[in-house]
Structure formats: C-alpha cells, structure tokens
Design a protein around this ligand. Sequence first.
Ligand code: SF4
Ligand code: SF4
Length: 96
Amino acid sequence: MSALSVNTRSRQAIAAQDAAFTPLEIASDRCKGCELCVAACPYHLLALDRDVVNALGYHPIELHDAPSCTSCAFCARVCPDAVFTVYAPPKREAAK
Ligand code: SF4
Ligand code: SF4
C-alpha cells in the first residue's frame, strides 16, 4: 500500500472521528434560561432553543455549531445549574 493511500485513509478516519465527536452534553431539563453561558462563550455558539420548553418551564440552551466548539468549558464554569458536561476533543496521532 502506498504512503499516499495510507494518508488518505488516515484523513478519512480523522474526519469520521471529528464528525462523531460531541463536545458538550447538555442536561436541558436543568437549564433555567439565564443565558450566563451565552455571554461566556467566546465563539457565540450557544443560544436558547425557542422551540422547546423544558421540565422547569424555560427555553433550554442549545449548542448550534458543535464543530466550532473548542471544549474550553467557559460555559460550564459559569452555569449555576451544572447543565454542561464538557468532553476533550479526541487525540490525534502525529502525522508521519
Ligand atoms: S465549551 Fe467553550 S466554545 Fe464550547 S460552547 Fe462552551 S464556552 Fe463555547
Ligand atoms: S448558564 Fe446554565 S442555566 Fe443558564 S442558560 Fe446557560 S445552561 Fe441554562
């Protein structure tokens, strides 16, 4: 197998891994819609989901651009209700 096809396979594997990765788990039923996390996200990736009402009667937060999330956890640090679980991005092998 050529080095080129190995690199192509590696890139495909990384792309598949990136597509499957979810940086944030959101416990929507604990969200009270205070929007502290909206202000804290440096990339403006969070917004209230105006189409949904949660068990507490609020519009819960949603991540609207998951691929742009850096797992910085600023949102989790400011949330008073522990709504977020943040996952580190998958490690990648160094390119050969
Ligand atoms: S982890 Fe960081 S980039 Fe991702 S939504 Fe939270 S504040 Fe924004
Ligand atoms: S800071 Fe927490 S409770 Fe407030 S809107 Fe964001 S996720 Fe919901």
